[in-house]
Design a protein around this ligand. Structure first.
Ligand SMILES: [Zn+2]
Length: 94
């Protein structure tokens, strides 16, 4: 049973990985946490996608807005912005 549509915004990581993935993305993770999160994300499609999104989001927020309090504003990204972030991430992964 599907509770919601499969949109690009509905990707959720494994429950136990979410905080580690967030920390890895924003650079606050310890080396061990970062290593673990990256290792997991490599083999887990949902977490890999989640990490890519959060990482891209953090980078964009830091690049364009110096105020760290705007982390909540991911909803304001347009489809085009997501697409360009995703293609950039895809290049990084190669
Ligand atoms: Zn996972």
């Amino acid at each position: 049973m599907k509770l919601h549509k499969d949109t690009t915004d509905s990707i959720e990581p494994c429950k136990h990985m979410e905080s580690m993935l967030n920390q890895t993305a924003d650079g606050t993770a310890s080396p061990l946490v970062k290593w673990y999160a990256l290792s997991h994300a490599k083999g887990c499609e949902r977490c890999g996608t989640f990490l890519a999104r959060v990482t891209a989001l953090v980078r964009q927020l830091r690049g364009t807005k110096p105020d760290p309090q705007v982390v909540e504003s991911q909803e304001s990204l347009t489809e085009d912005q997501w697409t360009s972030l995703e293609s950039k991430w895809a290049e990084v992964e190669k």
